[in-house]
Design a protein around this ligand. Structure first.
Ligand code: PMP
Length: 369
């Protein structure tokens, strides 16, 4: 670690609950094979790039004006897409958009968490959930998953009953394990929750399992389903996340969102990307096939691979996962050490990238690592 300039964080009057915390830190390194942040490896098509450029250029003519604060046109397009993708009829009043689903989750915690309130998650899961809880001064209650790293529903129900959290996070497919939660289990967990339940479906398009959107009508005052264009949509750089819920959840986040949070540029680019949804999402099927191939390849090398319905796999065992991670990096393959002893997570990439992952995995499989 290089010494940082300045007086040092300890010299600042930082809020107590942020002292000693680490920032989100997926390494951003220039290496040939980048399989560490669960992006879609297929770049946008030339036609999509041209459409985005045209839409942004048209939008730029009005940059002296603030954007539509409520992003109504974009939310209408998102609602139409989500209706098609989930089979659940959703209209613009039930959809809210922000800069990535991270901002969506933050807005939900600003409205429903905060001082004196708590949020529960089933770990290991997405590392931003506790960071967003800390940022909004929401008490974070981590509950361990089962030994197989799938959610242990009985233990989860007991933890919800014991702690009565204001917010419950359920991630399905879960990052970093890839597990999905069955709808019946979701129902039991939502029934048990005294507050709101945020189902984080960042990877939903990669999974054949039904969306939690199918439960929205049953739980209008409890359930929020969070989605993103960062993963399947190949729009990570565009920063566009959204949620589906009863319209009153939109009224709730309107109280905490920053005015004009979604720029004219972001709204125009996302709308253009949505017009190409079918073409972009065709790559999802390819990635699901590649996930099967990578899983089989790793298994044939003797690795244990968790069953994943996302665009990544968590596998091991490694004697020393941080050291194995370094060996992959030295070989030009950036994957992710998510802090689970003995396991690493690899995003599914292009065929050639996956070949390289398997090659390095084969080299390591023969060693004491
Ligand atoms: N939820 C989960 C489970 C994720 O893995 C991620 C991205 N790693 C996000 C939300 C946030 O993504 P974004 O802010 O790009 O929408």
């Amino acid at each position: 670690d290089t010494p940082r300039p300045g007086v040092g964080l300890d010299a600042l009057p930082l809020r107590e609950n942020l002292r000693g915390k680490s920032a989100y830190g997926a390494p951003q390194l220039e290496v040939p094979v980048q399989l560490n942040t669960n992006e879609n490896p297929h770049p946008p098509s030339a036609a999509l790039v041209a459409d985005i450029a045209e839409a942004v250029s048209a939008a730029a003519a009005d940059l002296n004006r603030y954007p539509d604060r409520d992003a109504v046109d974009l939310r209408t397009d998102l609602a139409a897409y989500l209706t098609r993708q989930t089979g659940v009829e959703l209209d613009v009043d039930m959809v809210w958009a922000a800069n990535g689903s991270n901002e969506i989750l933050q807005q939900l915690l600003q409205a429903f968490g905060g001082p004196g309130r708590s949020a529960m998650g089933f770990v290991p899961s997405y590392s931003m959930h506790p960071i967003l809880a800390a940022g909004t001064d929401t008490e974070w209650i981590p509950v361990d998953r089962g030994a197989d790293l799938a959610i242990d529903v009985e233990a989860a129900l007991a933890a919800i009953a014991g702690h009565r959290p204001d917010v419950v996070f359920l991630t399905t497919p879960n990052n970093p394990t890839g597990h999905v939660i069955e709808l019946d289990d979701l129902r039991r967990l939502i029934d048990a929750a005294p507050g709101i339940v945020v189902v984080d479906e960042a990877y939903a398009e990669f999974s054949p399992s039904p969306s939690a959107c199918t439960l929205l009508a049953e739980y209008p005052a409890k359930l929020v389903v969070s989605r993103t264009m960062s993963k399947a949509f190949a729009f990570a750089g565009g920063r566009l996340g959204y949620f589906a819920a009863d319209p009153s959840f939109v009224d709730a986040v309107l109280l905490v969102r920053l005015p004009y949070h979604l720029s004219v540029i972001a709204q125009a680019a996302a709308a253009a990307a949505l017009r190409h949804a079918d073409e972009t999402l065709a790559s999802v099927a390819l990635l699901a096939e590649e996930r099967k191939r990578v899983t089989a390849g790793l298994e044939s090398l003797g690795y244990d691979v968790l069953p994943s319905e996302a665009n990544f796999v968590l596998y091991g065992p490694f004697v020393d996962a941080p050291r194995a991670w370094r060996r992959y990096l030295d070989a030009g393959v950036l994957i992710r050490d998510v802090g689970i002893p003995g396991r690493l997570r690899a995003t599914i990439g292009l065929e050639s990238e996956n070949d390289r992952l398997l090659q390095v995995s084969a080299e390591l499989a023969g060693t004491e690592i």
